[in-house]
Design a protein around this ligand. Structure first.
Ligand code: B12
Length: 210
């Protein structure tokens, strides 16, 4: 097995220590950092995605794989010139006002980062004003809203209204997710996309920004 295939396999298996060691070894051996990302680290995540969708892998395993991948990214990212990578693609994300659930959102963050996005995570209980300010500050083209409570879902709508009031709505795609959220709810509140899981979020964000 080549070092690239071995690296992908370690990511797939969520072996963070092995990913860290092998990534460093490959950097020291003079491998191109972009190739380490594309042909090793991200390849491992590409094995995870269909297995998760098919129900052959579960959330804890996906989180382990994403954590392992991030160990490798931490080593190679500083070696790459900004222009070379997609990390300039910034996504703002947060759990809406009144809601403290963040396990699913954190998973989305990890998967988006593994897809090369620069994710600004505003945390939980994020007010519409804070979303607006962050979108302006980072000039972001995508914002992700998470809600796990039926009582806080409507704060997604309030956040979209705040974007309209701030004159930002036409410039930013709004993705919504969380267990009680559905496609029809997303349509009702005027969101651009609904994602049932983190993998769908990565696919949709990639489609929007390309
Ligand atoms: C863990 C949990 C908690 C933890 C949260 C810890 C944390 N740090 O997140 C604690 C104990 C703090 C908690 C508190 C409460 N909880 Co709670 N909690 C849960 C539980 C068991 C799991 C949620 C979870 O993490 N799921 C796993 C993740 C991976 O799934 P997910 O969040 O759906 O995320 C995935 C997708 O939805 C999507 N996604 C999620 N966000 C986003 C965002 C974007 C942008 C995109 C694109 C995609 C996306 O991708 C994710 C990954 O694939 C659920 C039950 C359940 N089965 O859902 C109840 C649940 C959500 N909680 C509930 C309740 C009632 C509460 C409390 C009000 C309880 C109380 N009386 O105090 C409080 C509310 C606190 C608050 N103000 O937020 C109810 C909600 C009922 C309702 N209809 O609103 C639930 C459904 C339990 C129940 N059956 O009654 N809770």
């Amino acid at each position: 097995m080549s070092d690239f295939d071995q690296l992908a396999d370690y990511v797939f298996k969520g072996n963070a220590a092995a990913v860290k060691d092998l990534t460093q070894k490959m950097v020291d051996a003079g491998n191109n950092p972009m190739e380490i990302i594309s042909n090793g680290l991200l390849l491992g995540m590409d094995i995870v995605t269909p297995k998760f969708k098919a129900g052959e892998m579960y959330v804890p395993e996906v989180m382990m794989a994403a954590k392992a991948l991030n160990e490798g990214m931490t080593i190679v990212k500083p070696l790459i010139a900004d222009a070379d990578i997609a990390v300039s693609k910034t996504i703002i994300i947060g759990t809406v006002s009144g809601d403290l659930h963040d396990i699913g959102k954190n998973l989305v963050v990890m998967i988006l980062e593994s897809g090369g996005f620069n994710v600004v995570d505003l945390g939980v209980d994020v007010s519409p004003e804070k979303f607006v300010a962050a979108i302006k500050e980072h000039n972001a083209k995508i914002v992700g809203l998470s809600a796990l409570l039926t009582t806080t879902m409507m704060n997604m709508k309030l956040t979209i209204e705040a974007l309209k009031e701030a004159g930002l709505r036409d410039d930013v795609k709004v993705l919504v997710g969380g267990a009680p959220v559905s496609q029809s709810f997303a349509d009702d509140i005027g969101a651009d996309g609904y994602c049932a899981d983190a993998m769908a979020a990565k696919e949709m964000a990639t489609a929007y920004l390309n």
